[in-house]
Design a protein around this ligand. Structure first.
Ligand code: ARG
Length: 289
């Protein structure tokens, strides 16, 4: 059996040194965590602290998958994505990095698919759509995590054409601190490598930029930059996106405002989730649709 493959590398400062900690898509039967989380995330938690939902009610939530690389028990899921046009899916740039795919060239993973309409990854519902093209933001900065966005073009229109509109540059209201937002994904529900079969969602609050600026002034995990990122979570922790949710949607009022990007641990009180600020990249995305 293949060794589990990391989806999301967390860089942590330990003893003053930068070390790479691979947080793997640990399939229950296959796995020994490569490193334990620094502190256990609040339990019971997409998404930590979430509840089940379905791709029937939220059909624009998609999974990125490769069974060859990530194993078949969860359809090979390793990241989330969002349908924003009939043939366009947006996700995180880091989902296409060497660390995630094991290659810098996604075409070398011939079974890479966008899975639509499959709430339960243990089943075969919906469709597995191959990718015809991928634009990875060349300005993505792996040191800060700024510009964490990629655009996938599909060879044919999605089955029911369910898409969600992106926040544009003029949409400032949904980013007001205190606004409730939904995050969606098939990622770790505990911060300890508990990967669900079903799609989950959690309600989090958009937090003031100053909260994330304080939490992330520039450490080994990244640097919070208000122009290109969104800070979201709940005071006291317990609800957050987590490993495996990357690239998935953060939604306010039927509009896509963020993409799951990074954070220190998951659902920890002092460390909110950081999302790609969609209103800052929607015009760039539109140029690649
Ligand atoms: N980088 C992770 C991934 O590839 C997502 C981490 C999000 N973390 C958080 N605490 N919100 O899936």
């Amino acid at each position: 059996m293949r060794v589990p493959i990391p989806v999301c590398f967390r860089r942590r400062a330990v003893g003053g040194r930068r070390v790479l900690i691979a947080v793997a898509a640990l399939l229950p039967a296959l796995a020994v965590p490569l490193a334990a989380p620094a502190a256990p995330a609040a339990a019971n938690g997409v998404v930590v602290g979430g509840a089940p939902t379905t791709t029937d009610s939220d059909p624009w939530v998609v999974a990125l998958a490769s069974k060859e690389r990530f194993g078949s028990s969860r359809s090979g899921q390793f990241c989330g994505g969002v349908a924003v046009g009939p043939r366009t899916v947006v996700t995180a740039a880091h989902c296409f990095g060497q660390e995630a795919l094991g290659t810098a060239d996604w075409r070398k993973l011939p079974d890479l698919r966008v899975i639509v309409g499959r709430t339960d990854l243990s089943g075969t519902a919906g469709q597995e759509v191959p990718l015809s093209d991928v634009w990875v933001n060349p300005a993505f900065d792996a040191a800060t995590n700024a510009g964490d966005v990629a655009v996938i073009t599909l060879p044919q229109a999605l089955p029911d054409g369910a898409v969600i509109p992106m926040a544009g540059p003029a949409d400032t209201a949904p980013y007001t601190a205190g606004t409730q937002a939904q995050v969606y994904g098939w990622g770790d529900t505990t911060g300890q490598g508990t990967y669900p079969q079903g799609l989950r969602t959690a309600t989090v609050d958009v937090l003031a930029d100053s909260v994330c600026e304080k939490a992330y002034p520039g450490n080994a995990d990244g640097t919070y930059l208000r122009a290109s990122m969104v800070c979201a979570g709940v005071i006291g922790g317990g609800k957050d996106a987590c490993q495996g949710d990357s690239g998935g949607p953060l939604v306010v009022g039927g509009r896509l405002i963020g993409l799951v990007s990074w954070g220190t641990g998951c659902a920890e009180a002092a460390f909110p989730g950081v999302y790609t600020r969609v209103s800052a990249v929607s015009e760039l995305v539109a140029q690649h649709m």
